[in-house]
Design a protein around this ligand. Structure first.
Ligand SMILES: Nc1ncnc2c1ncn2[C@@H]1O[C@H](COP(=O)(O)OP(=O)(O)OP(=O)(O)O)[C@@H](O)[C@H]1O
Length: 617
């Protein structure tokens, strides 16, 4: 390696045989592309809007991959690693890392949006695996750029059954800390994701596992084949293709072209839930078991008695107890249930009053966690107390410490949910501690030496654009990426297709049994709703006062515009107090001018963040 490296850095021919051929070829390509191995790599990072689009495009893959990444992380945790998921173009979408690695130069380079193409970053595992579609490891000084020489990276492509690349999984670590088995773990995780995709893409198909040995049916070396209700092959994993080598184990082929028993012959035994013996058409004996029954297939027609079907995506128990008939939300809810079951941090965005807190409580309910739902209003906690509020403090930890000591909200949320409301207002000084907590779920109260591990579902919410704050360096990008593994974006009230249902639902709550006319709903729908559902609720309350008959009609909403604007400019508490309303209006005006930034409003007006928060919430 020493000879190869000095030849490379001198610009001489690299001695033959001094490198594995795949690395030697890559060095040559980098040289041809004019990259200088002693210079810094070209470190392009896409803006978050692009990452978001790519994450959406890769949503089914991410859903499976994030679960595998967490598992992989738990297998290699503490060994100073980062695990990354990249999309088909080699752009990193998500990372999970040991805290120490995240702080290193390499950890700060492998971030969502970073691309690892060979022609920019030189020889590296992600770049090579993107080119070759093969699992690849690049150790230490095999990296083209000398500045990457302390890293070891292992990447494995994730392919669909047509052999097309969907994404890549990568594990990188300091070269001294590398462990031989990690490469195998990364390959296994990629294979597990590929298998998950067979199920995910084949909801309308049967999925059968097969292997020459029955005890291997549940392992990664088992073949998985998905077959439509008429016996056509809809997907087959890599192990399946290898086990059926020599046969047309391809998409669009038919079960009968692969196995002697034929589809209808095999199905009866398979649907009985047992393991059957079967021969492929080359005569090799195999064991086969059914892993999934096709949804919507009429199994009764295919065989005797009716079998259980795969349940619908949202069960009744999982349905929220607030209105969400709007398409964009109901689609999200199906995915949300999966994200919650994987324990992914969920980030809820939406204008004020769109129902973010309600959604956070729903997430807690979905998680079926026995612990508490613990809301923290990050905008209302004074900056200097933030860390001790979240992580607690020991008795006497502060000079003027009131207190006996407090466990902190993160511990109070153990086995429950920590809801970080107004998360954009977390002081920069506390963001590092929160990031570390998200990585290791460890709590160390201020002044304490002991560390406790907790198990907490994280939900955060904001009505501000954290993307912009990240660009302005007001919010840590790595913290943002950790918080928003899954985002629920609540539409403003004016964009909701279930507006009428929301009105009727609120009316039922405020005055059960009292009808509201369609004309009244139409009149409401024509208005602007800067305060969204919260404002609608207040307007309905006021209309009830004005109601004359046994129903609410459009006349109940004809309040003078000026009054309504003035009212909207004050918070509920100050509305009836001439003394407070002017001050309140000023706070709310500055708050709007600062784009909803509580800290800046507080600073500009010389008030505490808690005071500002009280008037703008
Ligand atoms: N889908 C819904 N159906 C009925 N009521 C709703 C719905 N969503 C929200 N609400 C009501 O609207 C009000 C505001 O909801 P919530 O406090 O959850 O909003 P928010 O987005 O967290 O607001 P903020 O950003 O100001 O904290 C509450 O009274 C809530 O019950």
């Amino acid at each position: 390696m020493d000879r190869a490296r000095s030849a490379l850095e001198r610009g001489d021919r690299v001695p033959a045989g001094s490198l594995q051929p795949i690395v030697a070829d890559s060095w040559q390509r980098c040289r041809d592309a004019g990259l200088d191995p002693r210079a810094d790599p070209i470190a392009k990072v896409l803006p978050f809007s692009d990452v978001k689009r790519r994450r959406e495009a890769a949503a089914p893959l991410r859903q499976l991959a994030l679960a595998e990444m967490r598992l992989l992380h738990s297998q290699i945790a503490g060994s100073n690693f980062i695990i990354a998921l990249a999309d088909r173009d080699g752009i990193v979408l998500d990372t999970i890392s040991d805290h120490e690695f995240a702080q290193s130069a390499a950890g700060r380079a492998i971030i969502p949006g970073s691309g690892w193409h060979e022609n920019e970053r030189g020889t590296n595992a992600l770049g090579l695996a993107t080119l070759t579609l093969k699992p690849t490891a690049v150790y230490g000084r095999e990296h083209y750029f000398a500045s990457h020489g302390h890293l070891s990276c292992m990447a494995a492509p994730i392919l669909n059954c047509r052999g097309e690349m969907l994404g890549l999984l990568d594990a990188s670590c300091a070269h001294d800390a590398r462990q031989e088995h990690t490469h195998a773990l990364v390959r296994m995780a990629a294979a597990q994701i590929e298998n998950g995709l067979v199920f995910q893409e084949s909801a309308d198909s049967f999925v059968f596992a097969f292997h020459p040995r029955a005890e291997y049916l549940g392992t990664l070396s088992a073949g998985l084949i998905s077959v439509s209700a008429s016996g056509d092959v809809t997907s087959i994993n890599r192990s399946g293709q290898a086990l059926l080598a020599g046969l047309p184990a391809l998409l669009g082929s038919h079960f009968d072209a692969l196995f002697e028993a034929g589809f209808h012959g095999a199905l009866d035994g398979l649907l009985s839930g047992g393991v059957i013996r079967i021969r492929d058409l080359t005569g090799s004996g195999l064991f086969m078991a059914c892993r999934q029954i096709a949804q919507r297939s009429n199994v009764a027609e295919l065989r005797g008695p009716q079998r259980a079907f795969v349940p619908a995506l949202i069960s009744k128990a999982d349905a929220p107890d607030f209105v969400c008939e709007d398409n964009s939300i109901s689609t999200l809810l199906a995915e949300l249930a999966d994200a919650v079951s994987l324990g992914m941090p969920i980030h809820v965005t939406g204008e004020t009053g769109t129902g973010k807190e309600l959604m956070a409580r729903h997430i807690h309910k979905l998680s079926q966690r026995k612990g508490e739902f613990v809301p923290v209003n990050c905008g209302a906690v004074p900056e200097e107390l933030f860390i001790s509020e979240i992580f607690g403090h020991e008795q006497g930890a502060f000079t003027n410490s009131r207190m006996k000591g407090a466990p902190g909200l993160a511990r109070a949320a153990h086995r429950g949910t920590l809801f970080l409301d107004e998360v954009a207002d977390i002081p920069l000084s506390a963001q590092t501690s929160l990031l570390r907590f998200l990585d290791n779920m460890e709590v160390r109260p201020v002044g304490a030496h002991k560390v406790d591990k907790v198990d907490v579902q994280i939900v955060s919410a904001t009505n501000r654009s954290i993307e912009e704050m990240v660009e302005q360096r007001l919010f840590r990008a790595d913290l943002f990426y950790r918080l928003n593994a899954f985002t629920v974006d609540l539409p403003p009230l004016t964009a909701r297709s279930d507006f009428a249902t929301i009105v009727r639902n609120l009316m039922e709550d405020l005055a059960p049994g009292l009808p509201v006319t369609d004309a009244a709903i139409a009149a409401l729908q024509r208005r602007k709703w800067p305060g969204n559902i919260r404002e609608l609720r207040t307007v309905l309350q006021r209309a009830l006062v004005r109601r004359r008959g046994e129903y609410v009609d459009e006349e109940c909403f004809q309040e003078p515009l000026a009054a309504s604007v003035t009212l909207n400019n004050c918070c509920d508490e100050c509305r009836d107090s001439p003394l407070n309303s002017a001050r309140c209006r000023e706070i709310r005006t500055v708050h709007r001018r600062t784009g909803g930034n509580i800290s800046r409003t507080a600073h500009d007006l010389g008030l505490s963040r808690t005071t500002v928060y009280k008037h703008v919430r």
